[in-house]
Ligand binder design. Sequence first.
Ligand code: SF4
Length: 461
Amino acid sequence: MCGIFGIYRHPEAAKLAVYGLYALQHRGQESAGVASSDGDVLHLAKGMGLVSEVFGGRDLDDLPGDCSIGHVRYSTSGSSYLANAGPILAATQHGEVALGHNGNLVNCCDLREELEGGGAIFSTTTDSEVILHLFARSTQADPVDALVESLKRLQGAFSLVVLLRDALVGVRDPWGFRPLVLGDLEGSPVLASETCALDLLNARYIREIAPGEVIIMDREGIRSLFPFPKVQPVPCIFEYVYFARPDSDLFGRVVFPIRQAMGRILAKEHPVEADMVVPVPDSGLPAAMGYSEQSGIPLVWGLIRNHYVGRTFIAPRQSMRDVSVRLKLNAVPALLKGKRVVLVDDSLVRGTTSRKIVRLVRDAGAAEVHLRLSSPPIVNSCVYGIDTPERSELLAANMDLEAITAFVEADSVGYLSVEGMHAAAETDLGRACHACFGGPYPVQYTQLRERQRHLFEKDHR
Ligand code: SF4
């Protein structure tokens, strides 16, 4: 997962890019970076950590110019270290270029092998750098033509913001896996992964960048190209389940009510006699609201989340059971004691966190804990830019419902059906990717994830 942002021709471009990244922080917490163009030279600042850690309290004098792009990263290809942080910048025969990428290229190993065979020297272990090398090698005279030529070699998920010396380009792959939207701030065009970044800036939402669209902003104005062969768009349905911010307008629909609808359908598919519906904060809240509305069972804040826990912590010497979850969540015994609880979460991946949360609720005195998930069982890994674990680590890929229920130590477990998920999102089976929920992989990938990791990391460590 990553979040990307771009703004063209605004006197405070870099500052607005940083603000935009704050709104997109949920899409990546490993690193943050901003590149700017002063019309002559490109500038770059990036670091490991949250946006506030990288940019908080610093002036942005080293990012001059009125065009800027930003990137927050969560690694799905290549390890987490500074060289891999976005945007990545290169000097080429077509001039300097900076790139922010959300997604994952499924043919990046083949492309990288080909490029390295031709003498290319890579300086990161990301799949995104492949795009810069293709761009650098293009024989097209015009930089935008060179970029388009490079894009045609790519397979998989790529929403991009590309900064050239005097142009900003937005790209969405023809399958439309990852979101990208266009807005306007006082006459300056804005690109962002999600509309929540536009809202923060008070920018006007104009439209989604269409699957397969390349939108170019330069001195001639704004124009769009559609250089890819036409395919059926298949946006990622997991964006609706979990990844996107609930206040965003994604693929033409606001996320929050979709998650509520998932909860309502979940209540119809898996009813249970209970005293209260307890959301797993924050991501389980909208679905829990829907479950409560549909079932008539009251919604109770039986779990309180601590928002100030960092991403890493030092484990205590004496083993303290489930400390990682207890640092983030606290159960409220006064509310839960003796109650039959429907615990609503958005998804279950490895199952270890869910088990800890079930224990937490039980330890607080709950009489019964019924886990309800507002997405179907995750049975496959994602190859399009979401960092799901290998199939061997996915609980639902390796256990039946009875075994899952025993593993998470719940009284019962109920998953939303694939049909229910699509009904809530108003998509249908062929018009959204649900490969991780057992659907087909819309873009075939020839390389195994292990091979990808190996190839991209072998030289670095
Ligand atoms: S496999 Fe799952 S997470 Fe990956 S793009 Fe498809 S729906 Fe989204």
